[in-house]
Design a protein around this ligand. Structure first.
Ligand SMILES: Cc1ncc(COP(=O)(O)O)c(C=O)c1O
Length: 416
């Protein structure tokens, strides 16, 4: 496979071509440990670069505001049907351009300005669209946060229940960006029912694990489930909303015309392809390896004296707590960048540093698992990162060499 229109880009715009080429080499020659990133299949990449980018298709299959939508209808209906089947959902909207757009659309569907929402605090693993004060979710709604327990850094449902009883939110939000533990959606549902709230689960990070049946499925317990399609779900960058039939009309009109115009049909085609891939038996095997790799990575740190928030992980991601290592998240992110390991600094629960500095680093295994890395490799990588924490100046050249060897062992997009 070739990068779509790569040779034409080279001819028309050498500067952009050089950047695309540079990005390909970066992905091939560095270890990608950002928990929210992945490498799509050649089929998803092709669909993303297809002629469907040319098509306006405002509306929904069979109900469009433009002519010539017969093929747009085919791909969108395929994506909808597959999303419903994978997650057992009554209704799916595959048009949100991103996870944030999906969340905003649910807010528009479920809330009036000024209504109360209750989501997991950003520093405790939540997402900025769950009520951060400068996000639309915190500006247009009265946002409140719940926190993880200082005991084990996990959601304490008794504490959440009393907070929910005090706040009486119209929408309770579960899920987050840096929460490494499995979530119990029955407990969320019970609390939502007790306080008369709607329940939205943001499954952006865990969607692929759910699709493989390896994490509790939020769909039966929630009014709305939102997701990105580009993380564990292995699709193109984009968003997804699943909901009960009774919310279908409100969700569809909140996406279009409520918060978006024309859908990105090339992306929706790529979502359909990714969903088909997620329905294959080898997808379950892939997700099992993602989880085993994350567990091995966490064990690798713990055995080398590096703290892991909550003592480990049940998912694809983990958070290093660097407080006792004498290094900040920013410093470790910078050191790792220099030895070709890519990650992001991240606040940790009960953080004392600013979000630009942080005491933590978030790591995830979806991307390296897509390249073929196994649990032994994860132990090796934990060792390299522990060396970067404890003995960087002496070890950085050796770490860089070992990273290069690993990247060579697991080629990525070799035919591009
Ligand atoms: C839990 C969660 N929700 C929503 C989003 C937003 O997705 P996007 O970046 O596609 O807007 C993210 C992104 O990382 C996320 O982790």
């Amino acid at each position: 496979m070739k990068i779509p229109c790569c040779s034409a880009v080279k001819q028309v715009d050498p500067e952009v071509f050089a950047a695309i080429r540079g990005e390909l080499l970066r992905q091939q020659n560095k270890l990608e440990l950002i928990a929210s990133e992945n490498f799509v299949s050649s089929a998803v990449l092709e669909a993303t670069g297809s002629v469907l980018t040319n098509k306006y298709a405002e509306g929904y299959p069979g109900r469009r505001y433009y002519g010539g939508c017969e093929y747009a209808d085919v791909v969108e209906q395929l994506a909808i049907d597959r999303a419903k089947e994978i997650f057992g959902a009554e209704h799916a909207n595959v048009q949100p351009h991103s996870g944030s757009q999906a969340n905003t659309a649910v807010f528009l569907a479920a809330l009036d300005p000024g209504d109360r929402i209750l989501g997991l605090d950003l520093n405790h693993g939540g997402h900025l669209t769950h009520g951060m004060k400068i996000n639309i979710s915190g500006k247009f709604f009265e946002s409140h946060s719940y926190h993880v327990s200082p005991k084990d850094c996990q959601v304490d449902f008794d504490v959440l229940r009393s907070k929910a009883k005090k706040v009486r939110p119209k929408l309770l939000i579960a899920g987050g960006s840096a929460y490494p533990r499995a979530l119990d959606f029955t407990a969320y549902r019970e609390i939502a029912d007790e306080v008369g709230a709607l329940l939205m689960v943001d499954a952006a990070h865990i969607a692929g694990i759910v699709a493989a049946g390896l994490h509790m499925n939020p769909v039966p317990y929630s009014d709305f489930v939102t997701s990105t399609t580009h993380k564990t779900l292995c699709g193109p960058r984009g968003g997804l909303i699943l909901c009960k039939k009774k919310h279908a009309k409100a969700v569809d009109s909140a996406v279009f015309p409520g918060t978006q115009g024309g859908p990105l049909m090339h992306i929706i085609a790529a979502k359909a392809v990714a969903f088909k891939e997620a329905m294959q038996a080898d997808f379950v095997d892939y997700q099992k390896r993602v989880l085993a790799n994350a567990a091995a990575l966490a064990d690798g740190f713990l055995s080398r004296g590096v703290d892991v928030v909550s003592g480990g992980t049940d998912t694809h991601l983990l958070l290093l707590d660097l407080r006792k290592s004498g290094i900040t998240g920013l410093e470790l992110q910078n050191r790792l960048d220099q030895v070709n390991i890519t990650c992001n600094k991240n606040t940790i629960p009960f953080e004392t540093e600013s979000p630009r500095i942080t005491s933590g680093v978030r790591l995830g295994t979806p991307a390296l698992t897509s390249r073929g890395f196994n649990t032994q490799d994860m132990d090796l990588i934990a060792g390299l990162i522990a060396d970067a924490i404890h003995d960087y100046d002496a070890k950085k050249d050796r770490i860089t060499r070992e990273v290069a060897t690993l990247c060579e062992r697991y080629p990525l997009y070799a035919d591009l």
